[in-house]
Design a protein around this ligand. Sequence first.
Ligand SMILES: NC(=O)c1ccc[n+]([C@@H]2O[C@H](COP(=O)([O-])OP(=O)(O)OC[C@H]3O[C@@H](n4cnc5c(N)ncnc54)[C@H](OP(=O)(O)O)[C@@H]3O)[C@@H](O)[C@H]2O)c1
Length: 227
Amino acid sequence: MNTLSSPRPHVLMISEITADGKLTLGKGVSSKILMRHMSHEAEILLHQTRAEYDAIMVGSSTIRIDNSFLTVRMVEGKSPLRVIPNALADLPEDSNVFDTSLAKTVLAVSEAAPAARCAAFREKGVDVVTAGAKHVDYTLLMKILAEEYNVRSLILEGGPTLNRYMLNEKLVDEIRLIHMPFIVGGDDTPSLVGGMRIGSENDMIRLKLKGTAMYGENLVTEYDVMY
Ligand SMILES: NC(=O)c1ccc[n+]([C@@H]2O[C@H](COP(=O)([O-])OP(=O)(O)OC[C@H]3O[C@@H](n4cnc5c(N)ncnc54)[C@H](OP(=O)(O)O)[C@@H]3O)[C@@H](O)[C@H]2O)c1
């Protein structure tokens, strides 16, 4: 884990993933359906990790589709700071993640976000931070989280588009995959990293396997990202 003087948080990407590398049953489908088939032991691991980390971040499409809470529920412990990148602040204000009675939430917007939308979120008790001109700049966002929120560790829980931008900017330190023993298929079914196309084998992002364990029926693998 990084120290306090670190310029950005230590980032752990976590995903549940089928044997054919998919994150849901199809495009636009909630990952909660797949999660219903996760072992209790793996669910506990997810919530235990949330309780140990300072912050958790998921993409705006995941909030739209899954309406996630991102709180600690299955173990004792404090919920992490919830961070949602959404350049135009156009998510529904009544999404579960903006219920600040459950945990604190940061909405990361760009300079293009309409002032009225930002004000509406602030009225709900959501912290709105600006990071980036047109889109959210994740390197800047990580710096803001470290410096202004004292976030030293952050869980990145997808989806594939956000995973891609975070990896592209070399902001992911570790990856933990919870393997689901299913095959779902589908050319456009979300996979771990969306929209990234490499030019050659030199562009492959290298991972170093550092651990494996069984949580009930789920194999869990852990990697360091080498870039
Ligand atoms: N199995 C799992 O563990 C798991 C976990 C999470 C999600 N999922 C699934 O993944 C699916 C959603 O994934 P998704 O890939 O569609 O969306 P996503 O990654 O949840 O959301 C896309 C994110 O990328 C940002 N973005 C888009 N273009 C950008 C750019 N040019 N620069 C910077 N940021 C940009 C968006 O911000 P803006 O709002 O500003 O556009 C948004 O925050 C859902 O089906 C969900 O169930 C599965």
